[in-house]
Structures are given as structure tokens and as C-alpha cells.
Design a protein around this ligand. Structure first.
Ligand SMILES: [Mn+2]
Length: 333
């Protein structure tokens, strides 16, 4: 057996947070501890408040953001660059871990970059322009990973982190979704597009482990039920257990979102007596608190959010129909 395989203590989790993402970060921290992960959580501070830093002080290692970075979304590689570990696990602050990740840590420790395929239709995203734009040469077509969770061993980090950082600096934020980019732009997904380009250019397919999207699902977490609120265990009808829940797009702690298994767990992860860092309910919106008034507000806000989002979808469909009608294509729709 390779002696360089990382012992559990040489694993670290890395995240990035500003003041707005603080509740998500706390939920991530508490979920890791509840499922049995006691490895360090290293957080690049992209603008936390002094009060938030103080609450986190005993529980995470805070790193200052490098001054050269233009946008928090480009800070993912900064943690393991500053504080390397045998197995690095980059994890977004909008993720709740719902089971122990030992298999993934082992796979990374054995020499692979481990990630989850993104949700359709962006599970096969590929732009040949990535190669020339980043000076990478030819790219292999392969599944497109979501950058919210990426685990890799120290042995592969020198092929990943410098080019990821340089690539992000080269593309800038303008043509991405954080600037004025559109989905057709090769770097619309910013950090994530650069990551996927590097994986397709600099790594052999045997060095990559692509896990199914359904094991790290996004809202509305279709088919996932909460099995045990105490342990966070979730399950699909066929028995498969997702490793984590990733709340992409609108964040339930920032605005009312439709009720999901994530939002149910969020209240519990921020406020229940068994968590590592328990927040003051008075600091949270009513819909995230516990008790009957909060539950009523949650139902009200969740229904309103569902109607709002559904209304938007209906409106979108209507606009497409009228456009097709104008083009004389009504029957084709
Ligand atoms: Mn995310």
C-alpha cells in the first residue's frame, strides 16, 4: 500500500464565505460535525463581520482572502494553496452534508480528483474555446463537474491549483454569470468552467472520479426524503443515499424559497441543542426558527415562493408561445 495515502487527520475541508453566506457556512459546519467529520474546516474570509468571525473562532480556521482576487467566487483554490493537506475537500457554504464521506476521502487519498456531475442540461457542458483561452491545449470531452464539492490529494494539487488560479485571473468576471455573461459564453460558470477545462486537459481519465448528480442533488431535491432529522440521513425511493444537499441559486437564509428537505434541515442545523455552533434565533428570519409561529411562517413563505417561482415559469412559457405564434409556428410548440 502506498504510504502517501492520507490518514484521516490529514484531511481538511475548505470553504469560502462572506457575511451573507454566514448562516449557510454554519449549517455546513454543523452538518459535518453531526455526521462524524471532525477534520478542520478552513474558511477563506471573503468579508465576514467581526461578530461572525468571533462566533466562528473556536470552530474553524479563518484565512484572509488574497488581495489579488477580484471576486469571492474565485477564492475556492485559495484555501488549499495557503494551507495544504493530504486530502483537500473544497465544499461550498450552501451545502449540507448528510452522511459521512469516507468513501470519497479514500478515493481522493488513493490518487483521484473526486466530484459530482452537474445537473442537466449542464452535465455535458463543453467549450473547445476553453483550451486556447487558458493555454491548455487539446481537451478531452467528458462529464462536467459541479465545483461545489471537489476532493483531491496533495499529489495532484500542483497540477490543479496554480492553473485554476491563473485561469480565473485570465478570464476575469465580466463574461461570467457574476458579470454580464450569458449561458453561451464559454466562461459563464466562471470558476467551474476553468476547473472543468483543467480537468479535461491536465488529468488522465483514470485520475478522475465522476459521481452521479443525484448523490449531490440541487433544489427541489426531487425524490429525496428525510429519513432521520437527528442524523441528517436522506434517502431516495430506491435506497440510494445522497452524500450532500447543494442549495444552488436562491439561498433560503437570504430569501423565502419553496420548502425543501434542505430548508427543513437548515433550521435544525442552526438552532437545535445538539449542534456545534448554535445561532441566536433572534438573528434569523422567523421562517428559519423553530416552534409553531415559525412553522406557520415557513408554510406561508414557502407557498408564496412556490407561487412566485411557478408564476415566473408560466410567464416564461407564455412568452415563448407568443414568440412562436408571431413566427407562425404555433402548431410546432
Ligand atoms: Mn454552491
Amino acid at each position: 500500500m502506498d504510504v502517501s495515502i492520507a490518514p484521516e487527520s490529514d484531511t481538511a475541508f475548505y470553504s469560502v464565505s462572506d457575511r451573507r453566506f454566514f448562516p449557510g457556512l454554519v449549517a455546513l459546519l454543523n452538518s459535518l460535525r453531526l455526521v462524524g467529520h471532525d477534520e478542520p474546516l478552513i474558511v477563506v474570509d471573503a468579508g465576514l463581520t467581526p461578530g461572525q468571525r468571533e462566533l466562528l473562532a473556536d470552530h474553524v480556521e479563518l484565512l484572509r482572502a488574497p488581495a489579488s482576487e477580484q471576486h469571492p467566487v474565485f477564492l475556492a483554490p485559495a484555501g488549499p494553496v495557503q494551507r495544504p493537506s493530504q486530502v483537500a475537500i473544497l465544499i461550498d457554504a450552501d451545502i449540507i452534508v448528510t452522511r459521512h464521506l469516507s468513501e470519497l476521502v479514500e478515493a481522493a487519498g488513493a490518487g483521484r480528483v473526486v466530484g459530482f456531475v452537474n445537473d442537466p442540461p449542464n452535465d455535458v457542458r463543453f467549450h473547445p474555446e476553453w483550451g486556447p483561452a487558458l493555454g491548455l491545449g487539446p481537451l478531452r470531452r467528458q462529464p462536467y463537474l459541479n465545483a461545489g464539492f471537489v476532493a483531491f490529494p496533495a499529489a495532484l494539487s500542483s497540477r490543479l491549483l496554480p492553473e485554476w488560479t491563473e485561469g480565473q485571473n485570465a478570464i476575469g468576471v465580466e463574461g461570467t454569470r457574476y458579470g454580464r455573461g450569458s449561458l453561451e459564453d464559454p466562461f459563464y460558470f466562471a470558476d467551474q468552467d476553468v476547473l472543468n477545462a483543467i480537468l479535461a486537459a491536465r488529468f488522465g481519465s483514470g485520475e478522475l472520479l465522476f459521481l452521479e448528480h443525484r448523490l449531490a442533488p440541487h433544489p427541489p431535491f426531487r425524490g429525496v426524503s428525510l429519513v432521520d432529522e437527528r442524523t441528517l440521513a436522506c434517502r431516495y425511493g430506491d435506497g440510494a443515499e445522497p452524500y450532500l444537499l447543494h442549495h444552488v441559486l436562491a439561498k433560503p437564509w437570504l430569501k423565502a424559497t419553496p420548502n425543501t428537505v434542505y430548508s427543513t434541515l437548515l433550521s435544525r442545523l442552526l438552532l437545535a441543542p445538539d449542534v456545534t455552533l448554535r445561532l441566536d434565533p433572534g438573528q434569523l428570519p422567523l421562517r428559519l426558527r423553530q416552534g409553531w409561529a415559525a412553522a406557520a411562517d415557513r408554510r406561508r413563505a414557502g407557498t408564496a415562493a412556490f407561487v412566485r417561482d411557478n408564476g415566473r415559469r408560466q410567464l416564461g412559457r407564455f412568452r415563448i408561445r407568443s414568440r412562436l405564434a408571431r413566427l407562425g409556428m404555433r402548431h410546432a410548440a
